[in-house]
Design a protein around this ligand. Structure first.
Ligand code: H79
Length: 482
């Protein structure tokens, strides 16, 4: 039977109420769908306090750190053309050589307090650390492998002090974990033979042990960011992954797990065979952003972004286009305006230090955030017609609207088009609230805010709108008052 036929038969059985666990609709009404044992367990967004907090972060910091910071993108004088953390998969790099590098890993200048302070100064509300990347090297001392920090000259746990230092700065910590593990002998991309299956069972046990070990060691973990789950072998593990995800949720109630962890019964990832999101938020926006609100399908989501084109771990030489703080702030604001979080990646070097380009970004983004953070934290989408000058965001609690201007028109005239029956009560610049603008009404529900063009600044400016819904008469009354 083809997969399509299987799906059809299963759909028919579902119609006969043969289905097992179905996703819950918010009001518990039944819905027609393919019966899945391991599909989405919930429809609609989570509304609990931990998820509300996640939703309101706005800005996060990603850190990719591991032994690939030693190779730093080259081997024996030759540059690896891909991401530095993938160098072990390069034909020119002998895996045996790579797998010995950890014996040189000694990040003696690692200072978690200064890392956390920098992240805080940038305005990050959460951070995601690679506890284990694709190479399999563990930044925590793992009971289940020797390929870990305890076996390096450094010896000491890196994750624990990081969790402590970031939490001390009020930054929530999330653990990145790559299921794909090039170091484990049982890891397979495909399960072609009985031996493959046997080996993979060992690997699954190992994976489960390590994930539960992490949650036991770091019980303040707020969530897990899974990666390396795209292989055919893992896509067969719907039952195993579903059970394991439940175990994680039992261990840390409220834990946040994205859509990249488990496949459904048919090997579909992120969205199950019914098109419903699996996990707490969509984890598919890697180095790209949605165009518009329809692309995010009403779900929570995060965007993880590199500063250069495709470098996560430390690379000795950033080639190609390196994003400026202006571009990154624009991506941050666009993410927030479409109900997502923006997570900016950093790749410390082998000694535990950040490169100068990254230090500059901590400062520049931080300077902008210090003045304009109100337009980011706790903010999301506003359903007003988008304008070319930039993005609107809206505070979910206060209802204040922020115009974040990236393309200032030459004449300073910023167009606003409101839905019907909206009154602009007060419009002012965020950094100097006494600077009140009086919008010029050019058509019904259409205005210009005139920004003084004699004060050109390089930094994106933010204008606040306090508005109210009115009846038409009310609007006339309001106008009559002024
Ligand atoms: O950790 C960083 C990357 O290593 C990891 N995610 C970020 C956060 C990542 N790299 N690539 N991907 C995720 C996407 C997967 C790409 C793939 Fe393929 C395309 C997997 C299978 C096809 C190319 C071909 C890479 C492996 C085989």
């Amino acid at each position: 039977m083809s997969k399509k036929e299987v799906v059809l038969v299963v759909a028919m059985l579902a119609g006969l109420n043969f289905g097992k666990v179905m996703a819950q609709t918010p009001d518990n009404t039944p819905r027609s769908s393919i019966a899945l044992e391991h599909g989405s367990h919930r429809l609609g967004k989570r509304t609990d306090p931990m998820m509300e907090k996640w939703r309101n972060y706005g800005l996060g910091q990603f850190i990719h750190w591991g032994v690939y910071s030693i190779t730093a993108g080259k081997w024996e004088g030759k540059d690896y053309p891909g991401a530095s953390s993938w160098i072990r998969s390069w034909s020119e790099m002998p895996a045996e050589d790579y797998d010995q590098l950890y014996l040189q890993f000694d990040p003696e200048r690692f200072d978690p307090q200064s890392w956390a302070k920098q992240a805080k100064a940038m305005g990050a509300k959460y951070m995601i650390i690679t506890t284990k990347h694709h190479d399999g090297f563990c930044l925590w001392p793992s009971k289940f492998t020797e390929y870990d920090i305890a076996s390096t000259p450094y010896k000491k746990d890196l994750i624990g002090p990081m969790v402590e230092a970031y939490e001390a700065e009020g930054i929530d910590v999330y653990l990145y974990f790559s299921v794909m593990d090039w170091n484990h002998p049982g890891f397979r991309t495909d399960l072609k033979t009985a031996e493959d299956r046997e080996a993979y069972e060992e690997f699954k046990t190992f994976t489960r042990n390590q994930i539960l070990e992490l949650l036991e060691r770091y019980p303040n973990t707020k969530g897990l960011w899974f990666d390396g789950t795209w292989d055919a072998a893992w896509k067969e593990q719907a039952d195993f992954a579903d059970k394991l995800e439940s175990e994680m949720r039992e261990m840390i109630p409220g834990i946040i797990i994205g859509s990249r962890f488990r496949p459904d019964d048919y090997g579909n990832r992120h969205f199950d065979s019914n098109g419903d999101l699996m996990g707490d938020y969509e984890q598919g926006w890697e180095r790209k952003l949605p165009e518009g609100i329809e692309d995010v399908k009403g779900n929570d989501w995060d965007c993880v972004m590199t500063v250069p084109e495709n470098q996560w771990g430390y690379h000795y030489d950033w080639k190609g286009h390196v994003k400026t703080s202006f571009e990154l702030v624009e991506m941050l604001v666009k993410s927030v305006s479409l109900n997502g979080n923006f997570v900016l990646n950093f790749g410390p070097d082998r000694y535990g230090e950040f490169r100068n380009e990254e230090r500059k970004l901590f400062k520049e983004i931080g300077d902008w955030m210090e003045i304009n953070q109100e337009a980011i934290y706790g903010c999301g989408y506003l359903d007003w017609e988008k304008q070319d000058w930039g993005y609107y965001t809206k505070d979910r609690e206060t209802g204040k609207i922020y115009m974040v201007v990236f393309n200032m028109p030459i004449n300073g005239a910023l167009r606003i088009k409101t839905p019907e029956k909206v009154h602009l009560d007060k419009v002012y610049e965020l950094k100097s609230p006494s600077k009140i603008f009086v919008p010029e009404e050019i058509h019904k529900d259409e205005y210009f805010v005139h920004y003084p063009v004699d004060q050109p600044g390089k930094s994106p400016i933010v204008i606040v709108i306090e508005s109210s819904k009115t009846q038409e008469e009310g609007k006339t009354y309001q106008r009559a008052k002024t």
